[in-house]
Design a protein around this ligand. Structure first.
Ligand SMILES: Nc1ncnc2c1ncn2[C@@H]1O[C@H](COP(=O)(O)OP(=O)(O)OP(=O)(O)O)[C@@H](O)[C@H]1O
Ligand SMILES: *[C@@H]1O[C@H](CO)[C@@H](O)[C@H](O)[C@H]1NC(C)=O
Ligand SMILES: *[C@@H]1O[C@H](CO)[C@@H](O)[C@H](O)[C@H]1NC(C)=O
Ligand SMILES: *[C@@H]1O[C@H](CO)[C@@H](O)[C@H](O)[C@H]1NC(C)=O
Ligand SMILES: [Mg+2]
Length: 337
C-alpha cells in the first residue's frame, strides 16, 4: 500500500515537471534515477517503518544504559555495576557461548521491573513495546500447578517460535518464586551451552528472572551494615552472596530454585536489590513529579514519603513497599491539599 502510494507520488512529479518546463527533462531523468534508487532501497525503507529483527531496531547503547542506571536508578549501587557489566559483556560478544541469564532478587518495590525496563530501552528501539520482548507473569500466565504439563509445552513452543523469529529476543519471567514447580526446568535446554538445538541457536537471547526470594536476607545484611554505622555503599556483592545462596539455592520452598538451573550454573548473574531508605523514596518522588511534567515540590514529596511505612519497627529504616506506591500517593496528595 505504502509502496504503491509513494511510487504514485514520484510518477506524478515526473509528469508534471515534464509538462510544465522543457528544460526540466533533466529533472525528470533525475527523478527516474531516484525512483530506481528508491525501489532498490525500498526494502530498507520498509525496515525503517516496521520493527524487525535487525540492527536498525536492536542495538545496544552502552552509554544510554550507563547513564540510565546512574541517574534513574536510586540506591542500587551493586545492581548498577553488575547489570552494566553483564549486559555490556554479552552484547559486545559476537558469538556468545550461551544465552545470558540474569536473576534479579530483592524486596518489593526496589526496582527489579524498572531495571528490566531500562535494559529493554537501551537495546530495543521500541523499548518494552518491542515485539521481541516477552514477559511472563507467574500468577497471570501459569496460575495452576495442575496445568503444569500444558504450560511446559506451551512455554517451550513460545520460546522456540520467538527465537526462531528473532535470535535477539528477551524473555522476562516475573514472580519467579510463584512459578509452578518444575516449569522452569522445561526451559533449561535453551539456557545451556548448546551450539544449536534443532538447528536453532538460543545463544543470543536474554532471560531475566525476577523474584522476591532472598529479599529478607539481603535486608538483614543491609541492616547489619546500618547498625554497625557503615555506609550503604560499602556493601559489596560478596557480602550478599551468602545471603542469596542461603535463601535461594538452599530453600526448598522457593519454587523454581529447587531446579537444575542452579546445579548446572546456568544463571550467569545473581543481582541483589537492596531495600530502599527514606532518601531514595524522596528521589523516586521527585523523579515521578518530573515524569508527570509537574514542578518538583520537595515539600509535597517529603509529605508523601514520610507517610510511608518503614521497618524494622524499632529503627524504621527501610520502606516496606520500596518506591512502589509513590506515584499513586503523589496523585492522591496533589488532589487533596
Ligand atoms: N531503585 C529505584 N530507583 C528508581 N525508581 C525505582 C526504584 N525502585 C522502584 N522504583 C520505582 O518504583 C516503581 C516500582 O518498582 P518495580 O516495579 O521495579 O519494583 P519491583 O522490584 O519489581 O517490585 P515487586 O517485587 O513488588 O515486583 C518503578 O516503576 C519505579 O518507578
Ligand atoms: C545512547 O544514549 C545516549 C544517552 O542517553 C544518547 O545521548 C545517545 O543519543 C544514544 N545513542 C543512540 C545511538 O541512540
Ligand atoms: C511468542 O511468545 C508469545 C508470548 O509472549 C506467544 O504468544 C507467541 O505465540 C510466540 N510466538 C511464536 C512464533 O511462537
Ligand atoms: C508544595 O506542596 C505544598 C503542600 O504539600 C503546598 O502547600 C505548596 O503550595 C506547594 N508548593 C508549590 C510551589 O507548588
Ligand atoms: Mg516487580
Amino acid at each position: 500500500m505504502l509502496q504503491v502510494f509513494l511510487i504514485g507520488v514520484l510518477l506524478l512529479n515526473i509528469n508534471t515537471a515534464a509538462a510544465f518546463e522543457p528544460i526540466s527533462t533533466s529533472i525528470a531523468v533525475g527523478m527516474a534515477a531516484a525512483l530506481t534508487g528508491f525501489l532498490a532501497t525500498y526494502q530498507n525503507i520498509f525496515y525503517y517503518f516496521e520493527e524487525c529483527c535487525r540492527p536498525e531496531w536492536i542495538s545496544f547503547n552502552k552509554t544510554g544504559l550507563e547513564v540510565d542506571l546512574d541517574q534513574k536508578l536510586f540506591g542500587q549501587h551493586i545492581v548498577s555495576r553488575v547489570v552494566l557489566k553483564a549486559i555490556t559483556g554479552f552484547m559486545k560478544n559476537k558469538n556468545p557461548k550461551k544465552a545470558l541469564v540474569l536473576s534479579l532478587h530483592g524486596w518489593t518495590g526496589t526496582g527489579k521491573n524498572f531495571v528490566s525496563y531500562l535494559i529493554a530501552e537501551n537495546i530495543y528501539k521500541k523499548g518494552m513495546a518491542s515485539s521481541f520482548i516477552h514477559q511472563f507473569v507467574a500468577t497471570a500466565h501459569f496460575p495452576h500447578q495442575s496445568q503444569i504439563e500444558n504450560y511446559k509445552s506451551q512455554l517451550q513452543h513460545w520460546i522456540k517460535g520467538n527465537v526462531t523469529n528473532c535470535p535477539q529476543s528477551m524473555f522476562i519471567f516475573d514472580e519467579m518464586d510463584k512459578m509452578p514447580l518444575g516449569l522452569i526446568d522445561s526451559i533449561k535446554p535453551y539456557l545451556d551451552y548448546y551450539e544449536t538445538l534443532d538447528d536453532i541457536s538460543y545463544r543470543q537471547a536474554i532471560f531475566i528472572f525476577l523474584s522476591n526470594s532472598g529479599g529478607e536476607n539481603i535486608m538483614q545484611v543491609a541492616l547489619d551494615f546500618w547498625r554497625a554505622g557503615k555506609d550503604r555503599e560499602e556493601i559489596e556483592l560478596k557480602d550478599l552472596e551468602m545471603a542469596l545462596s542461603l535463601s535461594v539455592f538452599n530453600n526448598k520452598n522457593s519454587g523454581f530454585w529447587h531446579t537444575s538451573l542452579i546445579d548446572k550454573n546456568l544463571v550467569d548473574f545473581f543481582v541483589p536489590f537492596l531495600p530502599l531508605e527514606y532518601k531514595h523514596l524522596v528521589q523516586c518522588g521527585m523523579a515521578e513529579m518530573d515524569a508527570l511534567g509537574l514542578k518538583p515540590n520537595h515539600t509535597l514529596v517529603d509529605q508523601v514519603v514520610r507517610d510511608m511505612t518503614y521497618f524494622p519497627k524499632s529503627e524504621k529504616i527501610f520502606s516496606v513497599k520500596g518506591c512502589k506506591t509513590i506515584s499513586s500517593k503523589l496523585d492522591f496528595y496533589r488532589e487533596h491539599v
